[in-house]
Every structure is written in C-alpha cells, then in structure tokens.
Design a protein. Structure first.
Length: 197
C-alpha cells in the first residue's frame, strides 16, 4: 500500500465530499472517484446511504480476500469527515432478496432470491461449503450465475464474512437424495451460520 497515495486520496475526498453525496453525485464525479480509487489498487467501491450518518463510502476487496487487510488500512486512514461513514468491505444489507444483474450493457435481469434453498456443510475450522438450488438463475450463463450468487451471499452475510467463512459454493438444479429434507430457504442463512459458529 502506498501511504502517500492513500493520504492524497483522503485529502481529495475531504475537499470534495459535498459533491459525492449519493443523491447528487454526477457521472463526472463518479468517474473521477473511480479513477482515484483505482490509483490505490484493484478495489471495488460503492457510495450509499449510511447506517449512522447520512452517507457511506465502501472501498472493498472486490471478492479477493487477499486485499481485505489493505482495504482496512485505507479505511482506517480516513479520519473523521462529517456526514460520512466508511467500510472496508460491503456490509450485509437489510433487503428484500430481489436484485438486478446486467445481462448486456443495455438490459438488466431482475432476480428474486426469496425461494432459493441451500445446504450448509460445516468444517472443523468453522468454515462452510454451501450448496445452492436457485431456480431463478437457471437460464443465466455460468458467469452471471456466479455474479448472482456473490451478490446474494454478500448482501446476506456481508462481504467480509462471506469471504472468510464460505469456502466452496456449488450450484445445483436439485439436491442429492441424502440432503433432501435438510435444506433451508436462503432468507435464514445469516442466522443459521451465526448459530453454527
């Protein structure tokens, strides 16, 4: 991590934070912010409404657990900026399990995950494999299916917990006979994992 670049980023952010509010941010400012964050590394980012303050900036490892410590260091360097809170991973959401993914640059596909089912397999190191039956993504290609699963797991568990606890993900059309009757709906996954730890 280049500490000088990080310091310069937060100086810039502090000077421009009033233009980055999610309700008023322009496409030009989105592009500038994107380039500033990419100068720090290959990270994902998001601006949304905050939990305890008006706005939140997330600089996340983009699914790469190796980058989690670096995004934490970047966020730890933020200092106090009025009306803003910061996260180094995408936190869990309070949501309705409905989301969209881009099929092409012009079209989006709405996906309802409320009836997805899963089997959770626990390891002795307190990590898990998850087998998911997701009928609403059957027609997607493999890349789109992977994106959809990542969105759902990150939204339910938060990115950090998803990266640290879920080892392998298997998408199936039907569960093997040995798992029948042991599946749960995806809406209880967070409480299931919390009770299993």
């Amino acid at each position: 991590m280049d500490s000088k670049k990080v310091k310069n980023f937060w100086v810039w952010f502090k000077e421009n934070n009033n233009k980055l509010n999610p309700e008023i941010i322009t496409n030009r400012m989105i592009d500038i912010l994107d380039s500033k964050i990419l100068e720090l590394g290959d990270f994902s980012w998001e601006i949304r409404e905050g939990k305890s303050k008006s706005n939140m900036l997330i600089i996340s490892p983009g699914g790469d657990i190796e980058l989690l410590d670096i995004t934490k260091q970047i966020i730890d360097s933020s200092g106090d900026i009025p009306d803003w809170e910061f996260e180094y991973y995408k936190p869990a959401k309070d949501w309705d399990y409905v989301f969209s993914i881009d099929e092409t640059s012009e079209t989006k596909k709405d996906i309802d995950a409320t009836k997805w089912e899963y089997i959770l397999l626990k390891y002795s190191d307190q990590t898990f494999d998850i087998i998911i039956k997701a009928d609403t993504i059957k027609l997607l290609n493999d890349t789109e299916k992977s994106i959809a699963i990542d969105i759902v797991l990150e939204s339910i568990l938060g990115e950090k917990k998803s990266l640290e606890l879920i080892k392998n993900i298997d998408i199936v059309n039907d569960f093997q006979e040995k798992y029948l009757g042991k599946q749960n709906t995806i809406t209880v996954l967070s409480s299931h994992i919390n009770h299993s730890l």
